[in-house]
Write a protein that binds this ligand. Sequence first.
Ligand SMILES: *Cc1c(COP(=O)(O)O)cnc(C)c1O
Length: 418
Amino acid sequence: MSASDTPPTGPSLLTRLLHADRLGRPEHGAVHKPLHVAATYAFPSAGELAAVFQGRQAGHVYSRQGNPTDTALEAKLAMLEGARGAATFSTGMAAVAGVMLTLLKAGDHLVASRYLFGNTNSFFGTLQGLGIGITYVDATDAAAVTAAVTPTTRMVFVETIANPATQVADLAGIGQLCRERGLVYVLDNTMTTPVLLRGRDVGASLVVHSLAKGIAGHGDTMGGAVCETGLYDWRAYPNIAEAYRTGDPAGWGLQQIRKKGLRDMGATLRAEDAHRIATGAETMEMRIAATNANALAVAQWLERQPQVRRVLYPGLASHPQHERARTLFGGRYGALLAFELRPEHDVMTVLDRLRTIILSSHLSDNRTLAIPVAQTIFWEMGAQRRAEMGIGDGMVRLSVGLEPAEDLCADLAQALRG
Ligand SMILES: *Cc1c(COP(=O)(O)O)cnc(C)c1O
């Protein structure tokens, strides 16, 4: 190989992630950022105390606004998303609420995907009660989003791969629309993670994560994050308070989310959880490659079973957005799939026969988890909204883990046979 055809140098994302703490020179040369559990921080002078309070100097004042262990995780998340900054929260829902409650006001309008995580859907009902208008659209088509935009629309909210029926939103088309109309584009990237997609590559302004899922992976922690890509110019956004209109306008949104969403609302990530998430994230790329390959194998196997009416997984050629998913996600399709049993098979009875697969509501765990959808996570919203979302009574959601696909198919085979 001559020098001219040497591949471009520079460490890969994985290498940078693994070495991020060490290169940041943590205390005592520790290879991990240590856990900082202090409630408060002391200053050598009143001037420095004031400078940190006024945002003129970086630093920590009180742990409701985060701690150095959170800050180290935020730097890694921003790196993974190619973002200009990140703020962590105690859960993914706290991150979603942090964005909406700090950036929207009564009288504003939000366009949201009709295919939403159940608790996000429920929280959006709370927003409507506060006077925020919401129009739900089929986000697999950017034209439907365009048609819903009104003069008071401030924001568009979509998930990358919807849960449980795996619709893939028109992510790039919506990015273009938001850019043209000056709308804030909030993307929930939980199901895909930066291993499959970086929010900035489809034009997102803010990228939201539940860190408890694929990023942490091990089912032993909770956390959420908001990453600011830097693509949105907040000078045009009416709801940024005067106090946060300081510094680079590309950072005003996160500045307000951090102050109002963390300092005032207090759903802060504990250092212990930030540490677990950061440790889990080190193996994210390998875990996700393995779970996604397993999910594809299980989906293909399920599609051949006579008891199964249909399988929803973006990796299948039969999926309506298969081509879009292939282009957007670099040949991986996530760990989540859903399948629907034929009406003569009772979903609860079939699930009760599972031995390896765990009956649980979580997602993107190392272990494979199954849940009947209509009877649990989408129960509260009622039959009409379920029908709009394409969720039948015989639907099972499967979050595929690291167990070899043969073991999972064997367990499913015995459960389906009865
Ligand atoms: C789990 C999840 C959330 C909420 O995250 P928590 O950490 O459970 O609060 C939000 N969006 C999506 C897509 C999720 O899967």
